[in-house]
Design a protein around this ligand. Structure first.
Ligand SMILES: Nc1nc(=O)c2c([nH]1)NC[C@@H]1CN(c3ccc(C(=O)N[C@@H](CCC(=O)O)C(=O)O)cc3)CN21
Ligand SMILES: O=c1ccn([C@H]2C[C@H](O)[C@@H](COP(=O)(O)O)O2)c(=O)[nH]1
Length: 283
């Protein structure tokens, strides 16, 4: 995927070293990147210059849509990506709000689907957005946000991709997603798939045509222990043809997504990729 590779090259050519206190590592960093995925044209943004575990990425976002707050629920869906943040980070292990093994706290969908109101009760943002879009309504504020500054101390990690804003032009659905912090070798590989998926699935369950998804990244970085593999291995490879992503057409409602959908409902046709690369992960 050209946009992804261009961003990797840009970080290597123009990035500045920034020390990160939370992980204790330095990151080569650029500020601001804008990626666009033409979902209507089926341009699935998958990395081919190493094997991508794209099903893990889909499992993560389905977990967010379901409002999961527990790494065990994510594992049951098919991804182990939350195990380390839920169980191996000392700051979180010492946090009095942690409810025990596998708890992630109030983050992502757990807050997004149950957003506390200052005057009591909570808002299920996704339910409201799906209901509006299904009726052809775009109130210019169809925003699904996971960012609650008053709850950040109750979560294992602040949400990285924290806002998804849907828009309608006629029967075509658009998405603007914003990400505050991006681990380009590991996280972005998943986040691109997730932004594409979110527009594709929302269009399908609201009966709209998917248009384009715009993915804004603020802080894009490569950790110091990932740099050599990115620069000397992954970026030396030639990208391969992009595959076609297929969603089971029987998924028709938000309830379907919340109840019976599994990773078996998603397929890739023609995914060719280079050898896997195991990038170091910073907890
Ligand atoms: N440092 C860091 N980077 C991230 O990208 C990230 C976090 N932390 N914490 C929260 C979530 C968890 N995410 C993760 C976690 C692990 C992988 C990972 O290990 N990926 C491997 C193997 C994936 C698999 O086998 O399913 C990969 O090669 O992509 C990717 C994204 C994305 N997020
Ligand atoms: O979907 C995700 C989730 C996380 N990340 C990365 C971005 C950062 O490297 C870390 C989070 O660290 P902060 O100190 O909270 O910024 O996780 C990602 O790229 N994508």
């Amino acid at each position: 995927m050209k946009q992804y590779l261009d961003l990797c090259h840009r970080i290597i050519d123009e990035g500045e070293w920034v020390a990160n206190k939370r992980t204790g590592k330095r990151c080569l960093t650029v500020i601001n990147a804008d990626l666009t995925y033409n979902v209507g044209a089926g341009e699935f943004p998958l990395v081919t210059t190493r094997k991508s575990y794209w099903k893990s990425a889909i499992a993560e976002i389905i977990g967010y849509l379901r409002g999961y707050d527990n790494a065990a629920d994510f594992r049951a869906l098919g991804t182990k990506t939350w195990d380390a943040n839920a169980n191996n980070n000392q700051v979180w292990l010492n946090n009095p709000y942690r409810k025990g093994e596998d708890d992630m706290g109030l983050c992502y969908g757990a807050i997004g689907r149950n957003f506390p109101k200052p005057d009591g009760g909570s808002v299920d943002q996704l339910r409201l957005i799906v209901d509006d879009l299904s009726q052809g309504i775009d109130n210019r504020g169809e925003i699904f946000t996971f960012y609650h500054p008053g709850a950040l101390h109750m979560a294992c990690l602040r949400p990285c991709m924290y806002s998804h804003h849907f828009s309608l032009l006629g029967d075509t659905l658009y998405l603007n997603s914003t990400q505050r912090s991006c681990d380009v070798p590991l996280g972005l590989n998943f986040n691109m798939v997730q932004v594409y998926f979110l527009l594709a699935i929302m269009a399908q369950i609201t009966g709209k045509k998917p248009g384009k998804a715009y993915h804004k990244i603020v802080n894009a970085h490569i950790y110091e222990d990932q740099l050599e593999l990115m620069r000397d291995v992954q970026l030396k490879r030639k990208p391969l043809a992009v595959p076609t992503f297929k969603i089971n057409p029987n998924i028709k409602t938000l309830e379907d997504l919340e109840t019976w959908v599994t990773l078996e409902d998603f397929e890739l046709e023609g995914y060719e990729y280079h050898e896997p690369i195991a990038y170091p992960f910073s907890v």
